[in-house]
Design a protein around this ligand. Structure first.
Ligand code: GDP
Ligand code: ZN
Length: 314
């Protein structure tokens, strides 16, 4: 359902001092009519601006670079895949599913491994070289001991990031650690109603508007709202993590191989850089460049089976 209000940060304006100002905006009915949903992270054109009351109306949405549905955020340019060294331990097949799901969005990703203070230096070294053989360079961090948090902020600077990973690895803890300074508020926020206790009685009227639209049947009070938290070194992090259970819904049997960097590397290092068959599934076909001598090949086969079954029943 379409939110009634969106908080918009001014990035370009005819009046220079207005850069960085937050406007509370309604979404113009015309956008709703053509089912153009405004997402958090969208770049929008705002009109009817009242600079004193800091109000405006969203009139149009600019073309998106990317669009995530879980959580609903536009223009995400970085995924941070978070797992933990312990509690829970890394389960390689589960990690592979998350990495394949993340790769399938086409958005660049970083892998981070949390809770390093719970394990030995040897264990960290072992995972480092194991993941290097998967063609990933993980960042080791610990929210508990603050290890690696600077590196993570540096990687996320000037980008809009979304955190993904299974439950229990520390996603909420990381978001809260980076939220850090209490004065930082969500940069762009989607809400169906405003809590007058948080925002002051000035917003009471808007809250009633929200209730009216509920009665008219245009949607319920969805509790799900995403905010982009501004990070200290620049950039934004969505305060809601993404896919808890990778569905692999966008992955087809022919695209699966592209989501394994090991396969990408094997193909790139060959000349010519493709197997004899155009739609080779790398199952030992004649002229196939992909050998079976790498750790995750069995996972590739397992995922391929799963996707084949799904495609047969579609
Ligand atoms: P989420 O499900 O991924 O959002 O995980 P949470 O942020 O809820 O964290 C799950 C548990 O792990 C909580 O009890 C956290 O306090 C704990 N936790 C988070 N980061 C660390 C860490 O660096 N070290 C340790 N030992 N525990 C952590
Ligand atoms: Zn092949």
């Amino acid at each position: 359902s379409q939110a009634n209000f969106m908080r918009v940060i001014v990035q370009e304006a005819s009046m220079d001092p207005s850069i960085g100002v937050e406007l509370l905006c309604v979404v113009k009915a015309v956008l709703k009519k053509i089912k153009r949903r405004v997402l958090v992270g969208d770049k929008v054109l705002v009109g009817s601006i009242d600079w004193i009351d800091k109000r405006g109306a969203i009139e149009n949405v600019f073309k998106r670079n990317s669009e995530m549905l879980d959580p609903p955020v536009a223009n995400v340019d970085h995924l941070l895949v978070l797992f933990s060294m312990d509690q829970p331990k890394i389960e390689p097949y589960s990690l592979t599913r998350f990495l394949v799901e993340a790769e399938s969005t086409g958005i660049p990703l970083t892998l981070a491994l949390n809770k390093t203070e719970l394990v030995s230096q040897e264990e960290i070294k072992a995972w480092k070289s194991r993941l290097r053989s998967w063609a990933y360079e993980p960042i080791f961090c610990s929210i508990e001991s603050k290890r690696g948090l600077d590196t993570l902020q540096f990687i996320m600077r000037e980008q809009t990031s979304v955190l993904v990973g299974p439950s229990g690895v520390g996603k909420s803890s990381l978001i809260n650690a980076l939220r850090g300074n209490k004065h930082i508020l969500g940069a762009v926020e989607e809400r169906n109603s405003f809590d007058p206790q948080i925002l002051g009685s000035k917003w009471y009227e808007e809250q009633r508007v929200g209730e009216v639209s509920v009665r008219s049947g245009r949607g319920k009070h969805t509790t799900r709202h995403v905010s982009l938290l501004p990070l200290p070194d620049g950039g934004y992090l969505a305060d809601t993590p993404g896919f808890n259970q990778p569905s692999l819904i966008k992955v087809t049997k022919n695209s699966l191989a592209h989501h394994f960097p090991e396969i990408r590397k094997m193909l790139k290092d060959s000349e010519p850089a493709n197997c004899a068959f155009n739609n080779c599934l790398h199952l030992g076909e004649p002229g196939c460049l992909v050998k079976g001598d790498w750790e995750r090949y069995p996972y590739y086969l397992q995922l391929l089976d799963e996707i084949k079954i799904r495609e047969e029943f579609q």
